[in-house]
Design a protein around this ligand. Structure first.
Ligand code: GLU
Length: 435
């Protein structure tokens, strides 16, 4: 249910709210927050739609000599605070509205953390495990060529997301450099972040999102009467974000009771060894069959009594169908948009605190910013410097959200958007609207 003011904006944009549409869900909450901070009507209209939505189709020669056609997206939501920034997802189920919603979240994330970026997101409709390494390289290079001058180190800077990784970023950067009509080919590497260390990457980028989750928990847990060193948690997803979060939480003493992924769920009342599970998942592709835990059903997973439930996988995993089972004190959104509005209402009614995604998972883009900065200054920071600077930015972001929650008397989700939008509002008011 939208407020009447948000409904009016939807009418003006000729958008009719569909409850299951993730773009409408995201934009409604953002507009709700924009009302609270008193954003001008014209700024609200600008933010309600992405600036550019690019869809490309391109053929690639496969290993067997046949040709296959691929579909890719890049949605550039907003660039008032700096170049567009955001990951590129490789997944068989990517759709324009998902990418649009994720692009909005990137704008919000960068604004909340006061990074000098706007927001964008890309997607390629592909299961990366279904192609060979050579095919993946050719697909990535053709996709980069199709994006052409729609990306660039000062214009739009992609990064890894689900299904893409540092190697994919290296191919993207190399392809871009070969096309770029500029003299400084080395600096052109900063067209993407999340690159391998030897090719302009940053220390700490791979674990950055997980590190950011832990940094945020360290600041916020004492205020919620919880202690990280003795808490229990369950985790959805054991990819980059989930596995790094688990390994870093283990070092703090937190106990992982259950993990679920696309194949099934596992449980161990004594705690699951995060490092051993990471090795197992790398070898087998799933948590299922891990000998350090027993198999449980999806219902049993959601019903686990834990201090923290950490979704670190796809969007909309928690909805009205499973929210009623959940017995956690705090839900930590390591994934983007993991909870539907109906799921959120049910959890809030039962006293669960939700730590919002644009705060919890902004560690990745923050270290991407460090990488971009290092590339442009020909520097290489050590791991300790990256960790220290990341922690500071995460702590400041968390404080901003707490302050906004008090100031606007709202949920942490609306507060996180409000704190982000206050920054964008200030920039819009200084810059004005061209011409
Ligand atoms: N894909 C990550 C995210 O959703 C990182 C984006 C980036 O580093 O630009 O935040």
């Amino acid at each position: 249910m939208n407020s009447p003011a948000v409904d009016t904006l939807f009418d003006e944009l000729e958008m009719s709210y569909e409850p299951d549409n993730i773009y409408y869900q995201t934009i409604s909450a953002v507009l709700e927050a924009s009302q609270r901070i008193g954003m001008s009507h014209r700024e609200q209209l600008i933010l309600a739609q992405p600036k550019n939505e690019l869809m490309v189709h391109f053929p690639v020669r496969m290993d067997d000599g046949s040709y296959q056609l691929f579909k890719g997206y890049r949605v550039q939501h907003n660039n008032v605070a700096g170049p567009y920034k955001g990951g590129i997802r490789y997944h068989e189920d990517v759709y324009l509205d998902d990418i649009k919603s994720l692009a909005v979240l990137m704008t919000m994330k960068c604004a909340l953390m006061r990074l000098p970026y706007g927001g964008a997101k890309g997607g390629l409709k592909l299961n990366p495990r279904s192609v060979s390494t050579d095919e993946l390289m050719r697909i990535t290079r053709r996709f980069t060529a199709a994006l052409g001058s729609n990306i660039g180190p000062d214009y739009d800077i992609p990064a890894p997301d689900m299904g893409s990784n540092a190697q994919v970023m290296a191919w993207m950067a190399d392809t871009y450099i070969n096309f770029a009509e500029i003299n400084n080919k080395v600096e052109a590497r900063s067209v993407v972040t999340g690159k391998p260390l030897a090719f302009g990457g940053s220390e700490g980028r791979e674990k950055a999102t997980g590190q950011g989750v832990v940094d945020v928990l360290e600041v916020l847990m004492p205020g919620m009467g919880l202690d990280l060193s003795v808490c229990t948690y369950s985790l959805i997803g054991y990819g980059n974000v989930g596995s790094w979060t688990a390994r870093l939480l283990a070092a703090k003493g937190a106990k992982c009771l259950a993990v679920m992924d696309h194949k099934g769920a596992i449980y161990n009342a004594e705690g699951i060894d995060a490092e051993a599970l990471a090795t197992y998942v790398r070898e087998t592709g799933s948590v299922l069959g891990f000998e350090g835990a027993g198999e449980i059903s999806e219902e049993e997973f959601y019903s686990c009594e834990v201090d923290l439930l950490i979704p670190a996988a796809l969007e909309q995993m928690i909805h009205q169908g499973n929210a009623k089972l959940i017995r956690c004190k705090v839900l930590v959104e390591a994934a983007n948009a993991p909870v539907t509005p109906e799921g959120e209402n049910m959890l809030v009614e039962r006293g669960v605190t939700i730590l919002p995604a644009i705060l919890c998972n902004s560690g990745g883009v923050t270290v991407s910013y460090f990488e971009w900065k290092q590339n442009r200054q020909s520097e290489q920071w050590d791991a300790e410097t990256v960790d220290r600077r990341l922690k500071r930015i995460m702590q400041d972001g968390a404080q901003r959200v707490l302050l906004a929650a008090t100031k606007y008397d709202c949920s942490l989700r609306i507060a996180s958007y409000a704190a982000a939008l206050e920054h964008l509002k200030e920039i819009y008011e200084l810059r004005g609207i061209f011409p």
